[in-house]
Write a protein that binds this ligand. Structure first.
Ligand code: PHE
Length: 341
């Protein structure tokens, strides 16, 4: 027994750790529960009782030197493992995943919808591919109105044949569809995309967003229209905002007006955005023309109403200080990621 211990001692002393795999080899041969040292310990019970303390001592000594040699080698041979533990910096913030976000146009449209739905308007939608009839005729456009011109309207052609289908140039045909569909009183807003065949630049694009409003009831007056627009503008642009109604013309409203708000960038003092005027145009509006009501089977003697239509994109550009409208339509992730909440 004593000889076995001393030859094992010798073997352990001579063991050379060269590669990390040697650590495991050493452990398996000597120090694990089924290793050579443990096997000697189990033979201890058959040792002469008088010799037991001495042999036991030698065995303990053997075990201690084996363990010490192993842990010493571990320190030297497994520096990578130890380093990689150290390299985990628990103070670093976790990795953020991009989860997508609401498009800035939808954010602003959402605010507008909320303001009007709080005032009792419900939401109506209509097709973007529209009939000439709804986009123009029903809205009291004369047959030779310049808005029908190829310059403004994208007509959908069938080969060389002209068709009566077009990309809607405004959201007003949705008014017509709602009036044909519902009986007054009617109170709806119609948000959506509209298309115009215009030269593309930083300020105008071939597609943009409008939000149309329509209210038809008994004794609706221009004062109701003004009150609604005022209430909307104060919530959207701030309590101090001032409005200016300028007489205007639309075939489907009479009287008609265009509405300006005090420029909310300079507060009306005059800046680059409002071209030093202090005002920004936000919408067209007016009292629904009796011809439009009649076209839709609503008696203008009994009912009256107002309509308004506003551009959405300009407000988006000003709100987020974006200087090129094309950015709203290109879906460039570098731009969209700036709107993640
Ligand atoms: N449809 C008009 C436009 O696109 C805006 C408008 C809507 C004007 C409703 C009056 C009433 O310019």
């Amino acid at each position: 027994m004593e000889n076995t211990i001393s030859s094992l001692q010798q073997e352990i002393n001579d063991f050379e750790f060269i590669a990390p795999a040697d650590l495991e080899a050493f452990r398996l041969r000597y120090t694990v529960r089924k290793g050579l040292i443990a096997a000697l310990f189990s033979q201890l019970k058959s040792v002469d009782p008088a010799e037991k303390p001495r042999i036991g001592h030698l065995l303990n000594e053997l075990k201690r030197t084996a363990d010490a040699k192993l842990s010493d080698a571990e320190q030297k041979l497994a520096p990578i493992k130890i380093d990689s533990n150290k390299r985990i910096d628990l103070t670093l913030p976790g990795r953020r995943y991009f989860t997508g976000s609401e498009h800035p146009v939808q954010k602003v449209l959402g605010e507008m919808k909320k303001i009007f739905s709080d005032m009792g308007f419900s939401i109506a939608t209509g097709p973007e591919l529209e009939l000439d009839h709804f986009n123009f005729d029903m809205l009291n456009f004369p047959p030779d109105h310049p808005a029908r011109d190829m310059q403004d309207t994208f007509f959908i052609t069938d080969g060389n044949l002209e068709s009566d289908v077009l990309l809607r140039t405004h959201t007003s045909p949705v008014q017509v569809r709602v009036m044909l569909d519902q009986k007054p009183p009617i109170r709806v807003i119609c948000p959506g995309k509209v298309y115009r065949n215009e030269a593309i630049s930083a300020r105008s694009y071939c597609v943009f967003h409008q939000l149309e409003g329509l209210y038809i009831d008994k004794n609706v007056s221009f004062a109701d229209l003004k009150a609604t627009i005022y209430s909307f503008a104060r919530q959207m642009f701030g309590a101090d905002v001032k409005l200016r109604f300028r007489p205007s013309f639309f075939p489907f409203t009479e009287p008609s007006a265009e509405v300006d708000v005090t420029c909310y960038l300079c507060g009306g003092k005059g800046c680059r955005v409002c071209k030093k005027s202090g005002w920004l145009e936000i919408m067209g509006c007016g009292m629904v023309h009796p011809n439009v009501m009649r076209n839709c089977g609503i008696d203008p003697e009994t009912w009256s109403g107002y309509a308004f239509g506003m551009g959405v994109d300009r407000t988006v550009l000003l709100r987020y200080k974006i200087d090129d409208i094309r950015l709203l339509f290109e879906n460039d992730l570098r731009m969209l990621r700036q709107f993640t909440v």
